[in-house]
Design a protein around this ligand. Structure first.
Ligand code: SGN
Ligand code: CA
Length: 533
């Protein structure tokens, strides 16, 4: 008899000697590996989640995760753009290590890499991804997938499933993601733990509301952010972007004004033509009225910019409201099925987003609104008391190690993040002193220069490079809105020198020691010149 058999038989002998309920208890703790529900929205800013307290809108359901769990105030990404963030989440490694640098037309995720879903799958987990994927290659490490093609559509989306592509005419993407997730959970083998990645396409541009939300917020007026009319003084890269609400937000695609002279047919082609007649009527009823009013007012200059901002906020928040409803339905499902207590529920976004700060929409920059993402985690066995907040610097490289650790699976050496277990259990308040960031997607579509940098608890140092060579330093304590670049201020000479040393150390730690060459070489080697979507 082998040693392990002896062990098993003595364990079962012991169980047979225990009172019945203790034996059951024993079995329960033995088999109770956590389920994992990773909910990730696309472009959902922390400014528009009730629990973060900005007061722009309410998200009562998303907030339930924070109320019973932990809210992270300082959760960041490694490269503020969709595909790269998704690759970081899966691999636990920065972009230069996982090879997915940008959303450019030729970027394809190498699915033969080690990812946390693969490791969970081999450890006996059932795994699925439903919603936005955006990594081009066929998902690996998942027992099931139902993913949008590319960016996906809000209305009647095309979804890729293991048995081919289907069009879900009549359905709204956010509701469909929930429906498909519940269907998969219902059909799973419940003797095994599950890991479900539920990735909403919403609230990605162009912010198309669900039929029943078309009217929502139409009477609301949102305060202009203090930095809306930023003049970008001392920040050349910020001045040269193309993501301004005033200059780059389009009337036909973004604010949905049809019939504008010279307007493109994008909206009609990409979204409106996918609607059912009832859905189209709901859209026309509300947006037709807005358009009439808009045409009659003939707005110009600042008035037009501010009108666009209000339109943007209303549409974005309508779309968020559907996300919140569906998160609520999912939590209800977990509760009704006795899964809420033993499931790690995460709510996050692929990156942050500008809600008019600096005059912008979109993301990409290492400035706070896009570098930082919302994060809340519910997991009662570790987080004994809900409603707690944490201020540690955490990053999306941490998800993979955290899930593996909590599932009792060894974290591979190459993963660059840290497990959040000590924070969740209350043993530690923080896991790192500084974060590393590297963004590559220049020039299209929003002309944000390539840059890398370091953020510690007080300062941020950024280097913009490639077709520019500028540095920026911000004192986040005295200038949280990052308006005052201190790079040439002699008073900060020592701070800058210290940060540059730390930045180099991080580049060595994360193996990004040729930061200005790696990506260029990679792309040139495969002959890629342009960027496209
Ligand atoms: C599209 C959007 C951009 C957005 C990128 C990346 N344009 O190209 O505004 O920055 O996606 O977004 S749109 O005209 O198609 O709406 S990401 O979240 O996928 O990285
Ligand atoms: Ca995104």
């Amino acid at each position: 008899m082998t040693e392990s058999k002896i062990f098993i038989s003595s364990a079962s002998l012991l169980a047979s000697l225990l009172p019945v309920d203790m034996a059951a208890q024993n079995k329960k703790t033995e088999t109770k590996r956590p389920n994992i529900l990773f909910i990730m929205s696309d472009d959902h800013s922390y400014q528009t989640i009730g629990a973060y307290g900005h007061g722009l809108n309410q998200t009562p359901n998303i907030d339930r995760i924070a109320q019973s769990g932990m809210l992270f105030r300082n959760s960041y990404v490694g490269n503020s753009i969709s595909g790269p963030c998704r690759a970081i989440v899966l691999t636990g490694m920065h972009s230069h290590m996982n090879g997915f640098y940008d959303n450019g037309g030729k970027s394809v995720f190498d699915g033969s890499q080690t990812t946390f879903p693969k490791l969970l799958q081999s450890a006996g987990y059932q795994t699925a991804i439903i919603g936005k994927w955006h990594l081009v290659s066929t998902p690996t490490g998942f027992d099931h997938y139902c993913i949008h093609t590319g960016q996906g559509s809000y209305y009647g989306p095309d979804m890729i499933e293991p048995d081919g592509k289907k069009t879900y005419k009549g359905e709204y993407a956010t509701d469909l993601t929930l429906r498909k997730s519940v269907e998969w959970l219902d059909g799973r083998d419940d003797s095994k733990p599950f890991c479900l990645m539920m990735h909403f396409k919403a609230p990605h541009r162009n912010w198309m509301p669900a039929p029943q939300k078309m009217d929502m917020y139409e009477d609301a007026t949102f305060p202009l952010p203090a930095t809306f009319y930023d003049d970008y003084r001392g920040r050349r890269a910020a001045a040269e972007q193309k993501m301004s609400i005033d200059k780059d937000m389009t009337l036909e695609w973004d604010t949905k004004m049809l019939g504008i002279p010279g307007a493109s047919e994008n909206l009609e082609k990409a979204e409106l033509s996918r609607m059912t007649p009832e859905q189209r009527a709901a859209f026309d009823r509300v947006y037709g009225r807005i358009q009439q009013d808009f045409t009659a007012r003939n707005l110009q200059g600042k008035e037009l910019a501010e009108w666009k901002y209000q339109r943007y906020m209303r549409d974005y928040l309508k779309v968020i409201s559907s996300v919140d409803d569906n998160v609520g339905l999912m939590i209800d499902y977990l509760e009704k099925n006795g899964l809420w207590e033993n499931t790690i529920v995460v709510y996050t976004a692929d990156q942050g987003f500008y809600m008019g700060e600096h005059g912008w929409f979109d993301k990409r920059f290492m400035y706070e609104e896009s570098f930082r993402a919302p994060l809340m985690i519910h997991y009662p066995p570790l987080i004994k008391k809900g409603g707690v907040e944490n201020r540690s610097l955490v990053q999306n490289i941490d998800f993979a190690p955290t899930f593996l650790d909590l599932a009792g699976v060894e974290v591979p050496e190459q993963m660059q993040g840290e497990s959040l277990r000590p924070i969740l259990s209350g043993k530690k308040q923080k896991i790192r002193n500084a974060l590393y960031y590297h963004y590559y997607e220049f020039p299209l579509p929003h002309a944000v220069k390539r840059h890398f940098g370091i953020r510690d608890e007080r300062y941020k140092l950024i280097h913009f490079y490639y077709n520019i060579d500028t540095w920026e330093l911000f004192d986040l304590k005295n200038d949280p809105q990052e308006m005052n670049n201190l790079i040439d201020d002699p008073k900060y000479k020592n701070v800058i020198a210290g940060l540059k040393t730390k930045l180099k150390e991080l580049q060595v730690k994360y193996k990004d020691t040729e930061p200005m060459n790696t990506y260029r070489l990679d792309r040139e080697q495969v002959g890629i010149k342009g960027f496209g979507y």
